[in-house]
Write a protein that binds this ligand. Structure first.
Ligand code: ADP
Length: 464
């Protein structure tokens, strides 16, 4: 390995690991954002559930401590109101930002309430310690909190239980029962924290898979789009090849008879009978015009007959900007009232057949002007833009006219396809333009939003 390849390999490895780290960081931040929304939802729904459970606890008070019924009911009510207020703050901007902190705070309220009940009744002799354990498990399973948070919650509960039993009148009397229950609560806290750890890992994996699936779907959509474009191009090339064969045969068969017809008409026009007879002369002039029209169509078809896809175009370097100027000048009459704008790069030096490219632009401009005039477009405008991409100049001509109907879009490059009235358009303009761009190694595309705009795109080779 040479020094330069080694250096470039090291640089590319460094760059790829940096980009991988960037992707992982973006993934993490996306995950945390989604998690925040999920936490918000859980905190709101969990808050309502806990309020219900706290209030329904009056049934337990009735069974275990019927004498304390009223006092406990009031404490339960006060706890529920506090939880409700905390949940309400989650509907504010600040509340949404501090969702984790607020949730942790209100989740401690039922634990404080139960601890107080233990303190006010039998200390370690109270069966209400089971309520503390139940809450720890419920938090670990239902709430998307972090494992440190769940562990801290469990430890806070252990502390509350200790204070409740110690502060109870007479202190801790049955030490073995107290320690047994304290250790059980501690185990619950530990199990809940471990469960949360794996829960969070699983949630992140799920999120990663979801993101991967979304990016794969996007990739697939892009591949499908480019496949559809390639299919369209192949179809168009096949159509052009068929037209080329037809045109070559037609040229051969039509050119000769047209030429000798024209010669015969010229000779006939020189005859004394024709000179003396004005109506005969008029007939012959009409016949000559008809034949000349056929000659023009035949000469237009030559471009299809002798096209060689992939062959280098014979031309010279020219400035695309100048070609655009010429095309605008030559169509100035048709473009009256149309606002023309352009956006070009500083350098537009391309290689090719300048006259043919001017012809393509004239065709695109006059088609747009005609379509906009026919549709009565308000503030008609044509925007020509170009930019360099992959070493070729990509040009776009876009108008704000009526656009092209979906069913016509795939047919506009077909020779003789036209929506103009009979005798007004031959339908050869775009198919000839397509062949011209093809000779330059490019492709002519049409795109449109019917009722809003039509755009034609093509690309040209650079001058060198
Ligand atoms: P012609 O102009 O003789 O009809 P073309 O090959 O130049 O032949 O165009 C074929 C058809 O494409 C037109 O008849 C028209 O329906 C459609 N077309 C081309 N350009 C536009 C445009 N800018 N807006 C709307 N329709 C267009």
């Amino acid at each position: 390995m040479t020094a330069s390849t080694a250096a470039s390999t090291a640089a590319s490895t460094g760059a790829s690991s940096a980009s991988a780290a960037g992707t992982a960081a973006a993934l993490r931040s996306g995950f945390h954002e989604e998690l925040r929304d999920y936490r918000l939802l859980c905190s709101k729904a969990g808050g309502v559930t806990v309020i219900l459970l706290v209030l329904m606890g009056v049934a337990l008070d009735y069974v275990v401590y019927p004498d304390e019924q009223v006092r406990f009911a009031l404490v339960r009510l006060a706890t529920s109101v506090l939880i409700g207020l905390a949940v309400l703050t989650l509907y504010t901007q600040a509340g949404r930002r501090h969702v984790q902190f607020i949730t942790f705070g209100w989740l401690l309220l039922p634990q404080i309430m139960i601890a107080w009940m233990i303190y006010a009744t039998q200390g370690e002799g109270s069966v209400f310690y089971a309520g503390l354990m139940l809450t720890i498990f419920a938090v670990g399973i239902l709430f998307p909190s972090g494992y440190w948070q769940t562990l801290a919650y469990g430890m806070a509960t252990v502390l509350l239980y200790f204070i409740a039993c110690e502060a109870h009148a007479g202190g801790i009397q049955d030490r073995s029962q107290f320690f047994f229950q304290l250790i059980i609560i501690f185990f619950c806290a530990l199990a809940s924290a471990i469960y949360t750890f794996f829960n969070e890992k699983g949630r992140f994996q799920l999120f990663r898979l979801k993101e991967e699936l979304a990016s794969k779907n996007e990739e697939l959509a892009r591949t499908n789009e480019s496949l559809a474009q390639i299919k369209g191009q192949l179809l168009q090339q096949e159509k052009m090849a068929a037209v080329g064969t037809l045109a070559a045969g037609l040229l051969h068969e039509v050119n000769n008879p047209v030429n000798f017809c024209l010669m015969a008409i010229e000779v006939a026009l020189e005859e004394p009978q024709a000179r003396e007879n004005p109506s005969l002369q008029e007939c012959l002039v009409d016949a000559r015009q008809g034949m000349q029209r056929i000659q023009h169509i035949v000469s237009d078809l030559k471009i299809f007959a002798y096209r060689k896809p992939g062959a280098e175009v014979e031309g010279r370097p020219f400035l695309f900007e100048k070609a655009l100027d010429s095309a605008s000048r030559l169509t100035a009459h048709e473009l009256r009232g149309v606002q023309m704008s352009r956006e070009l790069p500083a350098d537009t030096l391309v290689y090719g057949d300048e006259a043919a490219i001017i012809g393509v632009l004239i065709n695109l401009f006059s088609n747009a002007a005609l379509a906009m005039r026919k549709a009565g477009t308000e503030a008609p405008a044509i925007h020509a833009s170009a930019s360099w991409k992959d070493g070729r100049l990509h040009v776009q001509v876009r108008d704000n006219g009526p656009g092209i109907a979906r069913e016509h879009l795939a047919r506009v490059f077909e020779p003789f396809f036209t929506t103009r009235e009979v005798g007004q358009g031959l339908g050869l303009g775009l198919s000839i333009s397509y062949a011209v761009i093809e000779r330059h190694g490019g492709v002519l595309f049409a795109d449109s939003e019917p009722g809003q705009w039509a755009a034609f795109r093509f690309d040209l080779p650079p001058a060198e």
